[in-house]
Ligand binder design. Sequence first.
Ligand SMILES: Nc1nc2c(ncn2[C@@H]2O[C@H](COP(=O)(O)OP(=O)(O)OP(=O)(O)O)[C@@H](O)[C@H]2O)c(=O)[nH]1
Ligand SMILES: [Mg+2]
Length: 675
Amino acid sequence: MKNIAIADVRNFVLMGHTGSGKTALTDAFMFKMGMNDRLGSSDDGSSISDWDDDEKERKISILAKPFDGTFKTKGGKTTRMVFIDTPGYADFYGQVVAASAVADAGLVVIDAASGIQVGTNRGWRRCEDLNLPRGIVITGLDKDNTNFEETLQAIQDVWGSRCVPVVLPTADGGVCDVLSSADVPADVAERVEELKGSLVESAAETDDALIEKYLGGESLTAEEISNGLKGAVNAGLLVPVFVVMAKKDMGVDELLDGISRLFPSPCEREAKDADGEVVDCKPEAPMIAKVWRSVNDPFVGQLTFLRIYGGTLKSDSEILNVTEDQKERYGSVYLIRGKKQEGIEEAHAGDIVAIAKLKHTAINDTLGAMGSKRQMPAIAFPNPVMSYAVTAKTQGDEDKLGTALTRIADDDPTLSVVRNTETHEMIMSGMGDVHLDVTVKRLKRAHVEVNLSTPKVAYKETVTSMGEGHYKHKKQSGGRGQYGEVYLRVEPKQPDEEEWFVNNIVGGSIPSGFIPAIQKGLHSGMAKGAVAGYPVNNVKISVYDGSYHDVDSSEIAFKIAGERAMREGMRNAKPVLLEPIMTVKVMVPEHFMGDITGDLNHKRGRILGMGAEDGMQVITAEVPQAEMFQYCSQLRSMTGGRGSFEMEQARYETVPANVAQKIIAAAEKEKEDEE
Ligand SMILES: Nc1nc2c(ncn2[C@@H]2O[C@H](COP(=O)(O)OP(=O)(O)OP(=O)(O)O)[C@@H](O)[C@H]2O)c(=O)[nH]1
Ligand SMILES: [Mg+2]
């Protein structure tokens, strides 16, 4: 790879709906470029890309995987192709987010038999967000009931006339390159001429001098057309449409040729650091790279995947993790070909490579030359939308579970693992059932078997009026007795009040030395709750009277008296339960609006607003968390996978009395079961 100039490198990401043929294309590319001696297939487990156990079992891609090869174009130029195969399945969208953040172009794959699908739209929107130059590949034209022109029309209806075919299918089952085919079959001759005209126009439009020449009736040279088209693709004015039948090796050459001619090189797309400064894309510039993926490889150990934006990364050296301010040592620099790695001496700006055995480096960290302070912007990953409480099947495996799960989450930016300090559960959150199921399988391979359950809601208790509480703790058992009596008032704490505890004892009815013991009792009572066993929040407690005994009073006696008086006070102060309320943003096609709002109302939700965004309807609502644990699956089944949602906690609110009764009854039953 050493002798391939950066101008001849193409980094791109394959994206599209699940089953559209991205992995089949990956296998075809690698076979075509001589990087695999046979044409692999995900159908029989021989794919160069879908090799993971879960991928083979489910016959879908799960991880984003880079591949590296060289292709000799028709013009005799050697281009280095670095591309990333991504999963189309919604649960693994985080992989698409990471891969697209480090690519210079996107290749959106569409199966002609299915047309534009949810996953196609997701990929397209990601390209739009990143301003990523892109092309479209139509696959599946060998399937029954498919029609190229109809599929193209559907594409142009949605994304406009900037989507122009550069390859056409021919009547004999082959393909024809619009711009460079020497031998145009008769059935497409007319269409080729028409398309050539519109492509030349697109090329001319990127450059004032060219458009003058073109309008003046002069013909443009092949090089002018080529450069003009590349400029148009880079500016998003042209989206070339290709045709491939990967399994029949039809259109693969034309596609790679087109990518070489039309997609930008790493230097033609400006990269900016976190401060918005342009990064100098030269091998001699200071080294700067971003970590977009990491994986624990069974043979190599921890592998960290980088995109280098500037400078040179030599093997067997030291670098700085700028984000963590930590020095790191590493051995080889690797080119990645799916499962295989090839060690190389050095990598340069524009390269997507991996290094092994970094100790302090995680996804989104910036690596740089020693002493460097410059950072690349972080990739914004989607927030997890589905959670389960997770426990080890075997008692005593809890520590092992924590370690194994954290390790998996380190390499998976859309998996979060937190211990809820209120419910004391370990909560695993991800992008959907399949994502979490895959995680459970990975845990099993790490020898930890787990049970999943719906997480507990972290309810809280509080009061809505003032209540009196009193308890006299008096015990005479053999020798020294126990004595302590406390009178107190419980009331709501106002937002401007700082102190939750007020000592209103006058005349020494309780000696001040026992006050801390009473406070301890109140703390313990507040943690246990008085209504349904949930922690007490936002109350003010004033201790105003009591009595003591010279000999029998003790700290423990006052602690018990405080706790019990507080429980009585709470019950007299019109207690209520509070529950977490989530702000939920649901995005669906318009005709689902009625079903979605009806369902949200049924979930005790409050609709805050509706509007349109990117051709989708967006509903914002506030819904109790207790109603949302299954929403990810429910929304998918209501919308056939076309809906998506985001949510975050907004605040706590009072649980309505009818719902609270059920929660209290459940808490009482749980307590009885424990006893
Ligand atoms: N007939 C036909 N089948 C194809 C074509 N391309 C892919 N397939 C088949 O379609 C199925 C799905 O292909 P994949 O390449 O695994 O799809 P993918 O886009 O990688 O799917 P995900 O990894 O789930 O996102 C496989 O059975 C392929 O053999 C094509 O052009 N024609
Ligand atoms: Mg795939």
